[in-house]
Each structure stands twice: as structure tokens, then as C-alpha cells.
Write a protein that binds this ligand. Structure first.
Ligand code: G3H
Ligand code: 13P
Ligand code: ZN
Length: 311
């Protein structure tokens, strides 16, 4: 089995009413924790790399760790660029072996988003690489860009058919109320997603795979562990799991999770060091962090994505 693009994965997910997890990777323990869970549950998976992760860990290290994951697991794995912000970055990743890229022109005026996305699609499709575009803007932080809640905007269902047909994208990320990071709603605010918008988009694009960013549920057990062992994440709040399950049963074929992995890894490491103040071997505390990543990904596959035995 070699790396795959997302075409077949999304077709099966759409037809089967489940979603594929897209997990952000930055180091070896994160890759191993995710793959451990996917092996245990025979699940397909997308490993995604942001521009920031690529700067942190270097393209070659990430690419070869993901190749090792393919070799080790035999599972269908796509290697995806998360939030590509230029044609050049997408081209670099395509030339460097990624099987899927996101070009995020969601902050651009509509016609500029169409033109940039189409340029990436033309380059990618000639090389067998699939492309995710985005319409609508999520609130929250990604790389160095911080979008205020009042500048965020829902996807306009009237634009989606035109965008997909003119660009040729293989999947579309939409904004229906999710946001990036661990603080998705204000204290006291009731979490809500606009399923009416998702339904309108589905009606206009029958059978077409939709992507949900900012989809961490910010699992309370890891937040509690972090707070118990000296952290301070009191107002952390995510998307309720029942809403994510509902989205996965509709047209959402890819659910993006990064913050939940960060929380799990941090909780595992904080707990280990607090309970073992004399330890200084990274394999001990990173090993516990990795086990927490595996636990959180297994939980997602079983309780949110529905991708058990879909590899
Ligand atoms: O959507 C953003 C992801 O959480 C990646 O975050 O850009 O800090 O690596 P990053
Ligand atoms: P979270 O911050 O909710 O994990 O979202 C991650 C994401 O959308 C990556 O693109
Ligand atoms: Zn995102």
C-alpha cells in the first residue's frame, strides 16, 4: 500500500455515512499515536501538515515519518497540506510527495479565491493529487492568522455550485459555526452549528464531500488533567460530539482535529512529570503523551467519525 489521495476515501465515506479523521501531525509521537489507533480499529486516515508544522519539523522529516506509517500499518493514508496559503506552498508539497492539498483562499475576494484555487487544481490534478478549497471564514487561530469572531462568516450556499464547477476542487471546507483552537465558544454561550446551511449546501452539491475544520470537541477529561497538574485552561470549550456525529452522517467526509491532540499530549506529559518529578528521560513522558494521543484518536474513530473497519 502506498500513500493515497482522498478520492476513493471520500466516495466510500459519503456513501457509508461516516467521516475520515484528518489529524494534524508535528512530530513522531503524534504520528505514532494516531497510527496506533487506526491500526487497532482498521480505520482510514488523513495525516495533515500545516505550513507551521512544515517550518517546525521540516518537509523531509514529516514526509518520511508518514511513509513509515504507511509501511508499518498497510492502511490507506493520505498526506495532506492543511491551510495552504499560496500556489508555491501547494506546488512544493505536491512536488514533495503529498497526495492531497488544501488551498485556503477563503479570506480573499470571491473571484480571487476562484482563480487561485483553480490554478492549484490544474497543477495538482495533472499529478494525481486531490484538492480541498474553502468558502466562508472560521474564527480562531491558524498559524499566525487570528480571525476575530466578528470577522468570521458562514458559507453562502448560493456560491458553492459556481465555486466547485469553476475550480474543479475535490472537496469543500465550509463555515457553519466551528472555529479553530480550544476556546470555540464564549463562557455561557450555547454551542451551535448551522445544520440548515449544511443541508442547503448538500442540496446544491449532491454527493459532494464537505470538510469541517475546527472540529475538536475539546475533550473535558484532558482539560481537567491539564488544570489538575498546573495548567490553566478554564474556559476551553469545543464542539459537542453529537453535533459532529450528525455532520459525519450527512455530507461531511473529513473532520479536522488538532486541538484535541494537543490537549491529550499536554495532559499526558504534565501528569507524567507531576507524578514522577525525578524523571528526565523523554521516552518516559513522551511515551505517556503518545498513549494519550492513541486514546483520543481511538475515541474519535469510534464515537465521532464512525470509521471503524472502513480501511
Ligand atoms: O487549523 C490549524 C491547525 O490547528 C494547525 O495549526 O498552523 O498552528 O500548525 P498550526
Ligand atoms: P481544531 O482546532 O478544532 O482541532 O481544528 C483543527 C483544524 O481545523 C485544522 O485544520
Ligand atoms: Zn483548519
Amino acid at each position: 500500500m502506498a500513500l493515497v489521495n482522498t478520492k476513493e476515501m471520500f466516495k466510500k465515506a459519503y456513501e457509508g455515512g461516516y467521516a475520515v479523521g484528518a489529524f494534524n501531525v508535528n512530530n513522531m509521537e503524534i504520528v505514532q499515536g494516531i497510527i496506533g489507533a487506526c491500526k487497532e480499529l482498521n480505520s482510514p486516515v488523513i495525516l495533515q501538515v500545516s505550513g507551521g508544522a512544515r517550518k517546525y519539523a521540516n518537509h523531509a522529516f514529516l514526509y518520511h515519518m508518514v511513509q513509515a506509517a504507511v509501511e508499518d500499518s498497510g492502511l490507506p493514508i493520505a498526506l495532506h497540506l492543511d491551510h495552504g496559503n499560496s500556489f508555491e506552498l501547494c506546488k512544493d508539497c505536491i512536488d514533495g510527495g503529498f497526495t492531497s492539498v488544501m488551498i485556503d483562499g477563503s479570506h480573499l475576494p470571491y473571484e480571487e479565491n476562484v482563480a487561485l484555487t483553480k490554478k492549484v487544481v490544474d497543477y495538482a490534478h495533472e499529478r494525481g493529487v486531490t484538492v480541498e478549497g474553502e468558502l466562508g471564514q472560521l474564527a480562531g487561530i491558524e498559524d499566525d492568522v487570528n480571525v476575530d469572531a466578528d470577522k468570521a462568516s458562514y458559507t453562502d450556499p448560493d456560491q458553492v455550485q459556481d465555486f466547485v464547477s469553476r475550480t474543479g476542487v475535490d472537496s469543500l471546507a465550509i463555515a457553519i459555526g466551528t472555529s479553530h483552537g480550544a476556546f470555540k465558544f464564549k463562557p455561557g454561550q450555547k454551542p451551535q452549528l448551522r445544520f440548515d446551511i449544511l443541508q442547503e449546501i448538500m442540496d446544491r452539491l449532491p454527493g459532494f464531500p464537505i470538510v469541517l475544520h475546527g472540529a475538536s470537541s475539546v475533550m473535558p477529561e484532558y482539560v481537567a488533567t491539564i488544570n489538575q497538574y498546573g495548567g490553566k485552561m478554564d474556559d476551553a470549550i469545543g464542539i459537542p460530539e453529537d453535533m459532529l456525529r450528525q455532520a459525519a452522517s450527512m455530507a461531511v467526509c473529513k473532520i479536522n482535529v488538532d486541538s484535541d491532540l494537543r490537549l491529550a499530549l499536554t495532559a499526558g506529559i504534565r501528569k507524567h512529570l507531576a507524578e514522577n518529578p525525578t524523571h528526565f528521560d523523554p521516552r518516559q513522558y513522551l511515551g505517556d503523551g503518545r498513549a494519550c494521543i492513541q486514546e483520543v484518536v481511538a475515541h474519535k474513530i469510534k464515537n465521532v467519525l464512525g470509521s471503524v473497519d472502513k480501511a
